[in-house]
Write a protein that binds this ligand. Structure first.
Ligand SMILES: [Zn+2]
Length: 318
């Protein structure tokens, strides 16, 4: 079977030809304009898909299964995205529209964080676990939960949104309208704002020097400056590991996972991040021993790989 995986983000769409379990061949990534209509997006995805198939010499006679990892709320059975707020799409029939673009295609939809979790569980760092989380730490915070050997979609099919559990009622305003969600305190966006504030407060810090030299504030910069011994970055790093640590401790108390993997840009930081987080959860977790906090294997390609895995899972469910 020929499989394609798509990962639809707020600003990019990526696609790849996938050989399961873990091979991502011929990847394409296209930056999306600030505003794109549904019709334009589908036409673009169709073109990417046809090009990838053509490049690998796949004939249009062959059936192809396509998984699409997308943000927001969706109806997987009908392939409709109900709400994707960052794209401003509401009730769009993505699966059917993409099937019309690519000959002999069957399209399956999956939430992007669920896709990343599926990839790590099927072929990555969560392979040997039956109950585990993947948290994606990016602009926002998403998550997917593997429960006793299957991806958990919730009671009504809406899935899980660990990023919107409330950590601090007095905390920053979240995109969902509440305050102090895990997302507002554990995302890359929090790190970016903390780095910008610290650069003003500590003008002689390495963080400030980096930003003055034109390098953008963000999680990567905080991690690098912390590793280089910058005191301003250390203050942010310590606060961040406490906030993220509290989120992990809460997930552990709620679901008793065997492991938690971290994905997204921040997860690529060095081992010092994992040492700090594992130390924190070991100290504060409800249970006597805490599960390991692990770096994900696939990083940014987890979305397209997991989307391809979703085609198999969905087939099995039918
Ligand atoms: Zn929220």
């Amino acid at each position: 079977m020929i499989r394609l995986g798509f990962d639809l983000g707020g600003s990019h769409v990526a696609a790849g030809l996938i050989e399961l379990p873990d091979q991502v061949r011929a990847v394409r990534s296209v930056k999306l304009p600030g505003q794109i209509t549904f019709t334009e997006l589908v036409a673009r995805m169709g073109r990417m898909g046809r090009e990838l198939l053509g490049e690998r010499g796949c004939s249009s006679e062959n059936p192809v299964e396509i998984g699409v990892a997308a943000p927001g709320e969706m109806d997987r059975a009908t392939g409709v995205i109900r709400h994707a707020y960052n794209l401003d799409f509401h009730n769009v029939p993505l699966s059917r529209a993409l099937e019309a673009e690519i000959p002999r295609a069957t399209v399956f939809l999956i939430n992007d964080a669920d896709a990343a979790a599926l990839a790590e569980w099927k072929a990555g760092v969560l392979k040997n676990y039956q109950t585990a989380w993947l948290l994606t730490l990016g602009t926002g915070v998403g998550g997917g939960f593997i429960e006793k050997g299957r991806l958990f979609f919730g009671g009504r099919g809406f899935g899980v949104e660990p990023g919107h559990m409330i950590l601090d009622r007095q905390g920053p305003l979240c995109t969902c309208g509440n305050r102090g969600c895990i997302e507002t305190l554990c995302s890359g966006t929090w790190l970016t704002q903390a780095a910008e504030t610290a650069a003003i407060r500590y003008p002689h810090s390495r963080l400030a020097a980096e930003q003055k030299a034109g390098r953008p504030a963000g999680g990567k910069q905080v991690m690098e400056c912390y590793e280089a011994g910058d005191a301003a970055a250390a203050t942010i790093f310590e606060r961040y590991t406490e906030q993220l640590g509290d989120a992990l401790v809460s997930l552990i108390a709620l679901t008793d996972p065997e492991a938690i993997a971290l994905g997204g840009g921040i997860s690529q930081a060095g081992d010092f991040l994992y040492e700090a987080l594992n130390g924190y959860v070991q100290k504060y977790a409800f249970f006597e021993t805490a599960p390991p906090i692990l770096r994900s294997r696939f990083g940014n390609s987890g979305g397209i790989l997991g989307a391809a895995w979703a085609t198999l899972e969905e087939e099995a469910e039918k």
